[in-house]
Structures are given as structure tokens and as C-alpha cells.
Write a protein of this length. Structure first.
Length: 246
């Protein structure tokens, strides 16, 4: 799993615009509310606990987290949100996976298909690109003097993490989806804070695109992420450092 880290610039990660943060908080808020529906107690709802960890890693305020969980018993009680995954291709055969939460499947699939086609991409059938990705728990921790590599290695062994990578600015810890909650809890109990903590689709290999096609590809990704029903977009394109983002 080791290799070039997208977390090369911690300062840039922490200085997102208010608008960008607001959009992220809105999406995580829906995810929190859906996870909390039926059981708003993170002590007994591991999925909710995992999303709370994701929210905290994104610097979402505690009040926002509490409000989102409270929504589960209110406005979401009459809505049936579905977690759906779409797959497809961007320019030059690039692979894209889109995770959504929606109460209107026709609207969501139509919006995604239209957005992709306008940017030279197309939606594909289930399984068309997902075989190129691994579903992994990913925990990213800022590398500091106080948390040296030997200590992190020891923590990973004790937590039974699947893989560990020491990059220039961060440590990246990988788990199976099933072990993610336990590994996350272990690090939380050690007092470690996260830059990222979630189960996500990790590309097995990345591809490079020429500058003109990269610009078209990034436009598509940006437009997909702006859709209200889209929670996460994963792809296999290697981005220049100044372009890299969550």
C-alpha cells in the first residue's frame, strides 16, 4: 500500500474554504443521520461510531454532529434513504466509483449519468471498474516528533492493522472493512487524532492523464461531488500535488 501520499501538504488540508467545509459537513451530516436511524447510541452502533470518527477527522464541530444524529429521529423518519454505488469511466478509460445516499433513485442516477456524459465520461454496469479497487479501512495520522515511526509500528501490530505506511507528512494505516472499527477504537484509546478515518475504495493502481484530459477529468469529479446525493467519489487517476484533494 505504500507509495506517494496525497497528504503531502497538511497545512493545505487544514485550510479549506468555509464553503468547501460546509459542503463536506452537509454530506457527513446526512451520513450521520442515516447511520443513527434506529439506534443513535455510538456505544452500541459501530457504524455510527465510525461515521462520527470520520466527522471529527473532517473537523466537524461537535454541535453539528449532535444535531445530525438528532435528525435521525425527526425529519429522516419519513424518508427512506438508500446507499447506492455507481461505477463508470472518465476520459481516457479512467475508472470512477460514486457512493450515494438518496431518497430518489431516478433523480440520482439521472444526475450522475448526465454529469459524466457532459465531461466525456459514461456510467457503466455494476462491477465494470470496482475490480480495480480494494475496499479498505483507511486511517491517516499526522506524523509528529511525539509520534515516531517505531511507536506507530508497535501500535499497528497491537491493533492488528492490515498494513502500515510511513510517508513524509503522515502515517497511513490500512485495515479490512470488518476490522476498521476495532483498529479505530484502539488508536482513539491511545489518544491519537485522525486526519482521515473511513472505509473507502482504494485503487490497486493509478494512471496518469495528459494535461488537457486531466482538466476535463477533474471538472467531472468536481461536478459529481457537487451533487447533493453524492457522498464520495473514488477514482484511479494520479493527480499532480497541487491538484490533490480528498
Amino acid at each position: 500500500m505504500s507509495g506517494h501520499s496525497k497528504w503531502h501538504n497538511i497545512a493545505a488540508k487544514k485550510s479549506k474554504t468555509d464553503a468547501a467545509r460546509g459542503a463536506v459537513f452537509t454530506k457527513i451530516g446526512r451520513e450521520l443521520a442515516v447511520a443513527a436511524k434506529g439506534n443513535p447510541n455510538p456505544e452500541t452502533n459501530s457504524k455510527l461510531a465510525d461515521v462520527i470518527a470520520k466527522a471529527k477527522a473532517a473537523n466537524m464541530p461537535n454541535d453539528n454532529i449532535k444535531r445530525s444524529i438528532a435528525k435521525a429521529a425527526g425529519e429522516l423518519s419519513g424518508k427512506d434513504y438508500k446507499e447506492l454505488t455507481y461505477e463508470g469511466y472518465g476520459v481516457a478509460g479512467s475508472a470512477v466509483i460514486i457512493k450515494t445516499l438518496t431518497d430518489n433513485v431516478n433523480r440520482t442516477s439521472g444526475d450522475i449519468s448526465s454529469t459524466m456524459s457532459k465531461c466525456g465520461g459514461q456510467m457503466g454496469k455494476p462491477g465494470c471498474v470496482s475490480y480495480q479497487f480494494d475496499n479498505k479501512g483507511v486511517i491517516v495520522i499526522e506524523r509528529t516528533v511525539a509520534l515516531d515511526e517505531d511507536t506507530m509500528m508497535e501500535y499497528c501490530l497491537e491493533a492488528e492493522a492490515e498494513d502500515f505506511s510511513a510517508e513524509e507528512d503522515v502515517y497511513e494505516v490500512y485495515t479490512t472493512p470488518e476490522a476498521f472499527s476495532d483498529v479505530r477504537k484502539y488508536f482513539e484509546e491511545k489518544g491519537v487524532t485522525f486526519l482521515e478515518a473511513e472505509v473507502k475504495m482504494v485503487p490497486q493502481n493509478t494512471i496518469s492523464l495528459p494535461e488537457d484530459k486531466l482538466a476535463t477529468f477533474m471538472k467531472m469529479i468536481d461536478k459529481l461531488e457537487e451533487l447533493d446525493d453524492v457522498q464520495n467519489v473514488y477514482h484511479n487517476v494520479e493527480l499532480p500535488e497541487e491538484e490533490e484533494e480528498d
